[in-house]
Write a protein of this length. Structure first.
Length: 236
């Protein structure tokens, strides 16, 4: 029977050789794995866009969703009875003449030309302009953001002010004064300097509300001597 080699140095040398062999085999396997070519792509990926694949993204789908259709713009509206409510924007500068049209109304050549000062966003002012045009006045509208300066220049009393001021034939007309009153005052221009309708009385021209009973209101006049008195009462 063969005697087991118990020499310690020989046993240690054999073990060290075995470890070296195992380490070499492990390193070779790692090196071969690093140098190996990548596996071929799956069948579904062969048809992918090469550029998209290189960027790590999927190829764009030929069935992309259509772009959303923009909703149609809502038509502009204006509340004609809200005083200085929104109205169509003025086409000209804020302080220059914005309109000299009379539309379908027939201009009465015997009447003097009227100039109206108003805010560019005042809906009821525009309706009053339509009212005096229909009565035969040729009207030039001046939109302004400084009505206070206009009223001060024309001598409109602070307690009688309204949303618009007009000049016609040497008269000052403040507020929603009916056209019939203006025509009568023009015939008395030697004794009348201004017509006043303070505020915005309901159912005055440009402030009509269908189905609502007319409320009485009084137009005042400033006489040539500067005194004030009632000129006409409406809605009684």
């Amino acid at each position: 029977m063969k005697t087991q080699d118990r020499h310690p140095l020989r046993s240690f040398a054999g073990s060290r050789t075995l470890c070296r062999s195992a380490a070499w085999l492990l390193g070779a396997s790692i090196a071969l794995g690093a140098c190996a070519e990548p596996a071929p792509p799956a069948s579904g990926a062969r048809d992918a866009d090469p550029a998209a694949a290189a960027a790590g993204r999927q190829a764009p789908s030929p069935y992309a969703a259509p772009a959303p259709v923009a909703a149609p713009a809502a038509p502009a509206t204006a509340d004609a009875h809200a005083g200085h409510s929104a109205a169509p924007a003025a086409a000209a500068s804020a302080n220059g003449p914005t309109s000299t049209k009379v539309g379908a109304a027939v201009v009465d050549a015997s009447l003097p030309r009227m100039k109206v000062h108003k805010s560019p966003t005042c809906g009821c002012c525009s309706l009053w302009v339509d009212h005096v045009r229909e009565a035969g006045f040729a009207v030039e509208v001046h939109d302004t953001h400084d009505l206070a300066a206009v009223k001060s220049r024309l001598g409109v009393p602070a307690d009688a002010q309204s949303c618009h001021t007009a000049e016609v034939g040497g008269l000052v007309v403040e507020g929603h004064v009916p056209a019939e009153d203006i025509k009568r005052a023009l015939a008395q221009r030697d004794t009348t300097r201004a017509l006043l309708l303070p505020g915005m009385p309901l159912n005055s021209p440009g402030m009509e509300v269908p189905g609502v009973n007319a409320l009485p209101y009084t137009v005042e006049r400033i006489k040539a001597d500067g005194t004030r008195e009632p000129f006409a009462t409406h809605g009684e």
